[in-house]
Design a protein around this ligand. Structure first.
Ligand code: ADP
Length: 255
């Protein structure tokens, strides 16, 4: 792809592992300065350290790119504000936000505790809102911004054991719909991606032969297209197979 991000600044949340890491590495390779955010906790949202983010930053720097690590918990407005300040103090603008941080607390609804619900909603939905709220005035002022929300086919169709996750992911798409309308005047484009990729989040849930077919690096080019100045107008929800097809078509047409 010919998309470039020179002189642009990107924040990728949950970029210490899996898909987010893949997005951050690729953004940096294509010229962006990247804030690699990850609170570095366990998959259920407990614990936390910025070590994973620091490793990704080291990888980016070793390849000649520019990045800084950040350990903010996306569900904390204070920590997210500090992250945005760190980006502005370092590079002076924010062009791209990828809301990718996520946790899982899968249980059938009868076993799901209020805490399982609250934590998953806090990271996926409120975390996306908090990060977006923090960059929104900056993007408006710049007259340019690209935001990608990570939704899920679980939200679109339902999935056993994912009442919390599916509801939060569906709501993220709802958030996108309004932000598209409100951002239009300022050239802020907001899109959603429903990845269907093999990541740390799904590695225990699928057999190896299925995992092998679902590579995070197959999703990243579709996400980067949505982050670029070529991004479509708004309200795109791209699911796994659609991502692969779009990227193949873009390659064949030299986008
Ligand atoms: P995926 O690749 O599907 O995004 P991962 O579990 O590999 O799944 O990545 C999600 C990332 O989000 C993890 O690295 C995790 O540490 C991070 N994360 C989870 N909760 C938060 C949070 N509250 N704030 C910042 N990062 C988070």
């Amino acid at each position: 792809m010919t998309i470039r991000f020179d002189n642009q600044v990107a924040i990728v949340t949950g970029a210490g592992n899996g898909l987010g890491k893949c997005h951050a590495l690729e953004l940096a390779r294509l010229g962006a300065k990247v804030v690699v955010n990850d609170f570095g906790g366990a998959r259920d949202g407990s614990g936390g350290s910025s070590e994973a983010a620091e490793q990704v930053v080291a990888e980016i720097q070793a390849a000649g790119g520019e990045a800084i690590a950040n350990g903010a918990d996306v569900s904390s407005p204070e920590q997210v504000d500090a992250m945005v300040k760190q980006a502005l103090d370092t590079w002076g603008r924010i062009d791209v936000l990828i809301n990718n941080a996520g946790i899982l607390r899968d249980k059938s609804f009868v076993k799901m505790t209020q805490d399982d619900w609250d934590k998953v909603v806090a990271v996926h939905l409120t975390g996306s809102e908090i990060c977006t709220r923090a960059v929104w005035p900056i993007m408006r002022e710049q007259g340019y911004g690209r935001i990608v929300m990570t939704t899920s086919t679980s939200g679109l169709y339902g999935n056993f054991g994912q009442a919390n996750y599916g509801a939060a992911k569906m709501a993220v798409a709802g958030l996108m719909n309004t932000l598209c309308i409100e951002g239009e005047k300022y050239d802020i484009k907001v899109n959603c991606i429903a990845p269907t990729a093999a990541t740390r989040m799904t590695e225990d849930l699928m057999p190896p032969e299925v995992l092998a077919m679902l590579e995070p690096k197959e999703i990243t080019p579709a996400v980067l297209f949505l982050c670029s100045n070529k991004a479509p107008t708004h309200r795109i929800v791209l699911a796994g197979a659609g991502c692969y097809a779009m990227v193949r078509l873009m390659e064949s047409e030299g986008v």
